[in-house]
Design a binder for this molecule. Structure first.
Ligand code: 1PZ
Length: 208
């Protein structure tokens, strides 16, 4: 894993990290046991992507990074994702702004957003990255975001790089990016579903 991070591209490092996580959640018997630290380490890698998007999504980066940082900090006290939920259920703070269960829900939405953007990643420069990203955002995140945030995001979409520029910044070709994106799409889904189950199994709805 370390060598891949040192010599590979940012996308390959992200794909690798999520493949490792997905192996953990898929192996039988480990349902209760996804540990917070490796989860946060994988989530931290994602912030590399923000650097390729330009200044318009600086606020999104700060939002995302601070939530991952809180979770990383908490990993010294809570070993697993399950234990975070247990704590917040007991304290009736699952949906309280800034709580760990709420931050986990937000980070999960970010991971899903990337997954859907990758799924819809335009196959040529004729279809725009802006459209693919806007459609994914409208589906995955917008329903849960406030009006000012949605407005800032739609303004930011106009400042996104072109597909070609993004590939250059990521040090990928069409072909290599497609491969790494597919790896992330496949590996992130079980992790996202695992997180959803943490809430659903406690009768917590996911409409927020
Ligand atoms: C590769 C093409 C990339 C297209 C990028 C599209 C980026 C859309 C970014 C959406 C940002 C929304 C930022 C602000 C969200 C806040 O409303 C919530 C507040 O949560 P609260 O404090 O109320 O509990 N914050 C979040 O949801 C946490 C951060 C989410 C950022 C996810 C983006 C991940 C994807 C970026 C791809 C590089």
């Amino acid at each position: 894993a370390f060598e891949d991070t040192a010599t590979g591209t940012p996308l390959s490092a992200i794909a690798e990290a999520f493949e490792e996580l997905s192996a953990l959640v898929s192996s039988s018997g480990s349902f209760d046991d996804l540990r917070l630290k490796p989860f946060c380490d994988a989530c931290s890698l994602v912030s590399i992507l923000f650097g390729c998007l330009g200044i318009a999504f600086k606020f999104a980066e700060m939002e995302y990074v601070s939530k991952v940082r809180d979770l990383t900090e908490a990993s010294k006290r809570y070993a697993t994702l399950n234990s975070i939920l247990d704590f917040d259920v007991k304290n009736d703070s699952v949906r309280t702004p800034g709580s760990l269960s709420r931050n986990l829900r937000r980070v999960r939405q970010g991971l899903d957003l990337i997954r859907v953007i990758f799924q819809n990643f335009p196959s040529s420069d004729e279809c725009s990255l802006k459209e693919a990203a806007s459609t994914a955002y409208a589906k995955v995140c917008a329903p849960y975001h406030t009006w000012p945030v949605r407005t800032a995001v739609s303004a930011g979409m106009c400042a996104l790089p072109t597909r070609e520029q993004l590939l250059l910044r990521l040090n990928e070709t069409d072909k290599s990016a497609g491969k790494e994106m597919r790896r992330y799409i496949n590996a992130s889904l079980p992790v996202i579903e695992y997180i959803d189950k943490l809430y659903i199994s406690r009768n917590i709805s996911l409409d927020w």
